[in-house]
Design a protein around this ligand. Structure first.
Ligand SMILES: *[C@@H]1O[C@H](CO)[C@@H](O)[C@H](O)[C@H]1NC(C)=O
Ligand SMILES: *[C@@H]1O[C@H](CO)[C@@H](O)[C@H](O)[C@H]1NC(C)=O
Ligand SMILES: *[C@@H]1O[C@H](CO)[C@@H](O)[C@H](O)[C@H]1NC(C)=O
Ligand SMILES: *[C@@H]1O[C@H](CO)[C@@H](O)[C@H](O)[C@H]1NC(C)=O
Ligand SMILES: *[C@@H]1O[C@H](CO)[C@@H](O)[C@H](O)[C@H]1NC(C)=O
Length: 360
């Protein structure tokens, strides 16, 4: 209460003397537009200028009060009052060791959030006059590389399905779909816009694909609020001749397993150079003569028959080593295995053989 009372008094004083000469001695020059990067530091630049007359009249100007307020926030975000500095968490003077002779009263926002966007007012009260000025902070967050989620996961040119492209950033941008020749599709799906809890915009666009008529490659591009392309992601639908060219699975053709020991069937995914940030959507390991897949990763979910696992202990969908581990090799494990891999950049299939040796 006490500080609020003081503030009202200060503002009342600032306003009541507003018309008198007090204003003439002190000016606050603020950069009118400041751009802050999401989660980075932002600076609102304001510097005090004393008028020439003032330099004659008052030899040693001294700052008594500085108040930084943000439109819509009740408390000042920063307040210096006769030697005492208080601020809301995450705000400080930009000058690391600011003192009351320092004309640079710029405000530093430590970790910029979307809610920091808006108009700020800086009030300065010195022993030779006072003034206030305003400045604005705009916040931007670069859009992330979009994700493309196909539905169904193993979408190909013969089935109907859809691709959903998503990306998050700020301020509001847009998504557009392009074909393999980099032409914008004539019919662009509607872009859904959601706000995340951090105030960022989550853009989402679902492209319907009709079997047979589909192009082999789709690119989702993200344009920022200024209309500039920021990031993009391509998807190669399975079944097109091109999609197989982007992904290869190199398998050791012959694997020898010791009876009752662990066996590994080594297969590693190789992407073509132009594939950017690929993501594995589906991995299926199957065996001649066994109906169910012996291991299946789909939609982030891993299932397998007992005794089979990925060889990589903490495999994830960026890991190109999709080798299969058989915990305790049995004679019946001998045979040909098939590994299917679907990624968001294409798919492929390869085979490998396990021979079992040892004292039976
Ligand atoms: C406010 O800042 C602008 C931009 O620096 C400046 O032109 C203007 O004179 C300032 N106003 C006051 C009252 O200090
Ligand atoms: C104010 O101080 C900050 C921090 O030292 C500095 O980066 C900025 O350039 C200064 N502003 C002016 C206008 O001198
Ligand atoms: C299958 O694996 C072999 C051996 O690593 C490799 O030469 C071949 O290119 C692979 N085929 C495909 C379609 O990835
Ligand atoms: C795949 O991962 C397994 C387990 O970490 C490892 O032993 C094997 O050497 C890896 N294969 C390749 C080709 O990197
Ligand atoms: C594995 O078994 C197959 C079929 O019996 C055989 O043709 C092949 O030579 C064997 N490979 C090795 C390395 O023993």
């Amino acid at each position: 209460m006490a500080s609020a009372g003081f503030l009202l008094l200060t503002l009342a004083v600032l306003n009541s003397i507003g018309s008198s000469q007090g204003y003439a001695f002190v000016e606050i020059h603020c950069k009118t537009q400041n751009i802050g990067q999401y989660e980075q530091e932002s600076r609102l630049d304001c510097v005090i200028h004393y008028s020439e007359r003032d330099v004659v009249d008052v030899e040693d100007p001294e700052i008594m009060v500085v108040i930084w307020r943000k439109e819509g926030v009740e408390e000042p975000v920063l307040k210096y009052n006769h030697g005492k500095l208080t601020s809301l968490p995450g705000y400080s003077f930009a000058e690391p060791s600011w003192n009351n002779k320092n004309v640079n009263v710029s405000l530093l926002i430590h970790k910029t959030a979307v809610k920091d966007e808006g108009v700020y007012t800086c009030y300065v009260f010195t022993n030779s006059g006072f003034n206030k000025n305003q400045t604005r902070l705009s916040v931007t967050a670069k859009y992330g590389v979009p994700t493309i989620q196909p539905q169904p996961q193993d979408i190909d040119l013969n089935t109907d399905g859809s691709l959903t492209c998503k990306s998050t950033g700020y301020p509001k941008g847009r998504l557009s779909w392009f074909d393999k020749d980099d032409n914008a599709l004539l019919e662009q799906p509607e872009v859904e816009v959601l706000k995340t809890e951090n105030g960022l915009f989550l853009l989402s666009s679902t492209l319907k694909i009709q079997g047979g008529s589909a192009f082999s490659q789709y690119t989702c591009k993200v344009f920022n609020a200024r209309g500039d392309e920021e990031v993009e992601k391509s998807f190669n639908s399975a079944g097109s001749s091109q999609s197989e060219a982007f992904v290869k699975i190199h398998c050791k053709t012959q694997n020898i397993g010791q009876y009752e020991q662990e066996s590994r069937l080594d297969c590693v995914i190789h992407y073509l150079e132009e594939v950017e940030d690929p993501e594995i959507l589906v991995v299926i390991w199957s065996r001649e003569g066994v109906e169910e897949p012996i291991l299946k990763y789909e939609n982030g979910k891993l299932t397998s028959l007992p005794g089979y696992l990925f060889a990589e202990p903490s495999w994830n969908n960026k890991n190109v080593n999709v080798s299969l581990l058989i915990h305790k090799t049995a004679v019946k494990d001998e045979g040909v295995y098939t590994c299917y891999v679907f990624t968001d950049s294409g798919y492929n299939i390869n085979h490998t053989r396990l021979n079992v040796t040892g004292e039976l």
